[in-house]
Ligand binder design. Structure first.
Ligand code: UT7
Length: 328
């Protein structure tokens, strides 16, 4: 199969404020021990007043463009994967377009929760397969701390804020780039992970909905089971499509939700620990931002080398799940 888009620059942005498990012990009935053992998370980043989704997205975008050595004027399209935009209207992507000066780019947001970055990567890849000269900025950016119920210990310990960006263009080398992307959804299970309030069904000032429904609600154990199963299946789908096996992989970059989900996936694929990237101890679950944040760090740590076979795999509310196989 011919390769599609290649990632030519990555960038990350994180709020400076750190919220540790010890800090959370002061807020809800929890412990560092419980959070560490059940999730692998030790701390997460939280926005301060004045910081926003678009601010993080712009910072990550500028870094990715600088790394790619591409001017904002050259961009054809900007896609921001998020479910925590600055506003319901306009899209966060147009705020980014304005603030980085990408005068020639179209811009839209994409809502696919934690699978959003891979979904956006897939859209960008289709555009670039149609015209290899196109240059597209894909961002995963979330401010989950404003969608978390700080009285609900079953969710508030899990999430964090951040943004990661990737610049994509056509590969000049047929050996490098995205080999394939695989997107799936099962809307019949939407009720297991929701933020019901503030949409058009339950407007912000309505009184039909209990207060906790304006924040993230999750049936964690159910989500966990589905996540493990779906991530293995979609990982194997990408490998099979490209006649590869798990042993061929140099690195798996999974969505960072829970170390036990990542470990279960690693075991099911029969991979050693060093082939699976983990940074959720530092940032928690940052939804659409988690994979690009992990890619930035994997590259900085020298764990992504030219020619490496790299698998991205994610699962999130919806449910949605997705994978992408890349030749780095
Ligand atoms: O981003 C994609 C979507 N999200 C995910 O993939 C997350 C999937 N789910 C999970 O990661 C896990 O299910 C959780 C981390 C959310 C929960 O872990 P668990 O091992 O499934 O715990 P549980 O929900 O079965 O709860 C076990 C116990 C309960 O107490 P009882 O009923 O056994 O007495 C909870 O009340 O742990 C209790 N508990 C806590 N205790 C201390 C729940 N949250 C906490 C907490 N601190 N923060």
């Amino acid at each position: 199969m011919k390769t599609g888009a290649v990632i030519c620059g990555l960038g990350a942005a994180l709020p400076s404020r750190v919220l540790t498990n010890k800090d959370l012990e002061q807020i809800v009935d929890t412990s560092d021990e419980w959070i560490t053992q059940r999730t692998g998370i030790k701390e997460r980043r939280i926005v301060s007043p004045g910081e926003s989704n678009s601010k993080l997205a712009v910072e990550a975008a500028k870094k990715a463009l600088a790394r790619a050595n591409i001017s904002p004027y050259e961009l054809d399209l900007i896609i921001v994967a998020t479910f925590t935009p600055d506003y319901l209207m306009p899209a966060t992507a147009v705020l980014v377009q304005d603030q980085i000066g990408a005068k020639n780019a179209g811009a839209f947001d994409l809502a696919a929760t934690c699978s959003g970055f891979i979904y956006a990567l897939s859209v960008a890849d289709q555009f670039i397969r149609a015209d290899r000269s196109r240059k597209i900025l894909v961002i995963g950016s979330e401010v989950l701390s404003h969608k978390v119920n700080w009285e609900d210990r079953t969710t508030c310990v899990l999430f964090g804020d951040g943004a990661g960006a990737a610049v994509l263009t056509g590969s000049t080398n047929d050996q490098r780039g995205i080999l394939s992307t695989h997107l799936h959804a099962d809307g019949s299970l939407w009720h297991l992970l929701t933020v019901k309030g503030c949409g058009s069904l339950y407007p912000p000032c309505g009184d039909e909905l209990p207060r906790e429904e304006y924040y993230i609600k999750m049936q964690g154990r159910e989500v966990f089971k589905h996540a493990v199963r779906a991530m293995e299946i979609v990982a194997r789908e990408a490998l099979d499509r490209n006649n590869c096996s798990p042993e061929d992989l140099a690195l798996v970059v999974p969505h960072q939700a829970n170390i036990r989900i990542i470990e279960a996936l690693r075991e099911r694929l029969g991979l050693p620990s060093e082939k699976v990237f983990v940074n959720l101890h530092k940032y928690g679950n940052t939804s659409a931002a988690s994979i690009p944040l992990a890619l930035v760090e994997a590259e900085e740590e020298g764990r992504l080398k030219s020619g490496d076979l790299v698998l991205l795999v994610a699962f999130g509310g919806g449910f949605t799940w997705a994978s992408a196989l890349l030749r780095w």
